[in-house]
Write a protein that binds this ligand. Structure first.
Ligand code: ATP
Ligand code: MG
Length: 273
């Protein structure tokens, strides 16, 4: 009997149609999202390449969280295409690099994309270690022993191995967020989404979480980050995307923070700096 093993990445075949082009790991085209009659995303285009660190900026209500939540299918796009690792999760494209991309399942997507939220979303009745063990058991189907070993590796990576047995209410906010980051990393995502991971923290705890995120960035992890920490954004942002009213107003590379063109982005940066 022949066993057909699914390739780790389905993006590769699509590279053939774009000779010499880098293939995005996340490719959003014309993404729209409405809640009832209110359209909150009005046609977002965004390509994120492997290893790239993207920062989403914009005023409250501009749609930053909705973009991240759409990438993770916590929100279902109303229209447009969402290709993650070569698989289409919204409306198939009729032309371009990802025309005819195979349809992906929510499970495939969640195995590819990890997310860290403003509120850490740890289970209060589980230790730091078991908060990481649980998804390894359920999503990765690991044995308890293997899951515990892997969870310990991740806790060590975020500097919290000594707190493995502590419950969330015995940890500071910064430590809880680092456990949440370790939990997401343990699932070996190809892309990590961070939605204002430091904004619920006391100011003195922000630094340790940013340090952990910097370490993650240095591993070459693809990251899409919503943050108002402009110093951090300036440091890691290979691609910086300024949103307003559900639209991309301006994008820029490393020069964005010093040379953005639109008045709106300039005003925004002035206000949050
Ligand atoms: N589940 C929902 N139902 C109805 N409206 C929603 C829902 N989620 C978000 N919205 C609306 O969509 C718009 C965009 O929200 P979103 O949370 O994406 O903005 P944001 O840029 O992340 O803002 P903030 O900086 O305050 O977090 C807002 O007007 C918000 O009220
Ligand atoms: Mg938000």
């Amino acid at each position: 009997m022949t066993t057909v093993t699914e390739p780790e990445s389905v993006a590769a075949p699509f590279a053939a149609s774009g000779v010499g082009r880098r293939v995005p790991i996340v490719s959003i085209e014309g993404l729209r999202k409405s809640f009832g009659s209110v359209e909150v995303l009005s046609g977002i285009d965004l390509d994120v390449h492997p290893g790239e660190h993207v920062v989403l900026l914009g005023p409250s209500g501009s749609g930053k969280s909705t973009v991240l939540r759409s990438i993770n299918l916590l929100e279902r796009p109303s229209a447009g295409s969402l290709v993650v690792d070569g698989r289409e999760h919204a409306t198939p494209r009729s032309s371009g690099l990802f025309a005819g991309a195979p349809r992906g399942t929510a499970l495939q997507l969640r195995r590819t994309v990890g997310m860290v939220f403003q509120q850490f979303n740890l289970f209060g009745h589980l230790s730091a270690l078991d908060n990481i063990v649980l998804p390894l058991r359920s999503v990765r189907r690991m044995s308890r022993r293997d899951a515990e070993e892997r969870a310990a590796v991740e806790l060590r990576r975020v500097g919290l191995i000594a707190r493995a047995g502590h419950y969330p209410n015995q940890l500071s906010g910064g430590q809880q967020q680092r456990v949440a980051i370790a939990r997401a990393l343990a699932l070996d995502p190809q892309v990590m989404l961070f939605d204002e991971p430091t904004s619920a923290l006391d100011p003195e705890l922000v630094g340790e979480v940013l340090r952990t995120m910097r370490l993650v960035a240095e591993t070459g992890m693809t990251m899409i980050v919503v943050t108002h920490e402009i110093g951090f954004a300036r440091e890691v942002g290979d691609l910086n995307v300024f949103l307003e009213h559900g639209k991309v107003v301006e994008t820029g590379g490393r020069e964005f923070y010093d040379e953005c063109r639109s008045q709106r982005a300039r005003d925004f940066l002035q206000a949050v700096r």
